[in-house]
Design a protein around this ligand. Structure first.
Ligand code: F6P
Length: 353
């Protein structure tokens, strides 16, 4: 069928008609930013923007020129429309103030403009992640306005710049995937109502950190690796792309579990991934597709943020495996996985933190 397919614009206009029609207009601007980034990333070495921007971002990470340009794409495409009270980005220490020349609305856009950007140097899939919240009134947003738990998100999504560019979106009515038709320039609905299988035999984690993990994660991964010769009784497969968007996309397409758990590599960081613009939008997409998203000790979407760039442990994907890992954390915290250890001396007991 050449014409008549559902475009992203048609989908969001239909889904946000009424109370959130302004958010629909904002999502169309987000899609425009994504198309611009897709064109840039797709040029590879020919873009002339490979390499470092000779700056360090708020995360203490080296900023690449392409990170700076992707950030610009989001700001310029989304600042003008009058829907936003403010924006926050992985690349900016403080919230972005909507310029006074433009009207302001009540929505808040939070984004990671180019996640896993070091992969772009080696032509591996990268992505953009975004989340939309709302204030009760229009006006200039302040930092506390952004510090809302993920269950208050109105929309969330990511774009994956892979062999095909896709935009995967939820507005709270399931998770839906759109593929960019490079000839027409339209995102076309190709993956409606994505469902993550509840069971999986595929896990994703950076095992080079194994010695820094907590015991429940070591236990879980050890059992997966033991496969059919261990207590799970079946063989597992492992994947690690080091690009969260690509990892979550694979899980939405065929199931699996993704873990970037708490570790003690750097005691100042309770996890690697950021709550507001990585964990929360991915958690909403995964839950809307029937999966689960947890810190190991609670639902990600219920975490109340206390800082814009807060980090946390992330475990998400097929429901049965996420629940198993939550159980292992619980058994560890209560000492139930060590029946011969007095509960008084279990981790997180009376005598430990
Ligand atoms: O934003 C962080 C990120 O790039 C994720 O996309 C990815 O999952 C992770 O870091 C990779 O971390 P590591 O380099 O430790 O494998």
């Amino acid at each position: 069928m050449l014409f008549g397919r559902t475009t992203l614009s048609k989908f969001v206009i239909e889904q946000t008609r009424g109370q959130h029609s302004e958010m629909g207009a904002l999502l169309i601007d987000v899609a425009a930013a994504v198309k611009g980034i897709s064109a840039l990333v797709g040029k590879g070495a020919l873009s002339g923007v490979a390499g470092s921007a000779a700056a360090i971002n708020v995360q203490g990470e080296e900023q690449k020129k392409i990170d700076v340009l992707a950030n610009e794409a989001f700001l310029r495409h989304c600042e003008w429309g009058g829907q936003l009270a403010g924006m926050a980005s992985e690349e900016l220490e403080e919230p972005f103030r909507i310029p006074d020349d433009y009207p302001r609305g009540r929505y808040l856009l939070v984004f990671d403009p180019l996640d896993g950007s070091s992969n772009s140097d080696v032509n591996v899939s990268v992505g953009s992640i975004f989340s939309i919240l709302a204030r009760s009134t229009a006006g200039a947003a302040q930092k506390p306005d952004f510090l809302r738990p993920g269950h208050e998100q109105l929309a969330a999504g990511y774009a994956i710049y892979g062999p095909a560019t896709m935009l995967v979106l939820t507005v709270g009515t399931g998770t839906h995937g759109f593929t960019l038709d490079r000839e027409s320039g339209n995102f076309i609905l190709t993956h409606p109502a994505i469902r993550i299988p509840a069971a999986t035999r595929e896990f994703a984690i950076n095992t080079s950190n194994e010695r820094f993990w907590e015991p429940p994660v070591q236990r879980y991964v050890g059992e997966c690796k033991a496969g059919s010769s261990g207590i799970r009784g079946v063989d597992f497969n492992m994947r690690w792309i080091a690009s969260m968007v690509a990892e979550v996309h694979r899980i939405l397409m065929r199931g699996g579990i993704f873990m970037y758990p708490r570790d003690n590599k750097d005691p100042a960081k309770p996890g690697r991934l950021r709550l507001l613009y990585e964990a929360n939008p991915m958690a909403m997409l995964v839950e809307q597709a029937g999966g689960a998203a947890s810190t190991g000790r609670g639902r990600i979407l219920d975490v109340v943020p206390d800082a814009l760039h807060q980090r946390l442990p992330v475990i998400l994907g097929s429901r049965e495996e996420v629940e198993r890992l939550e159980r292992y954390h619980h058994e560890y915290d209560t000492g139930a996985d060590r029946p011969f250890v007095s509960p008084l001396f279990a981790e997180r007991s009376l005598f430990r933190d």
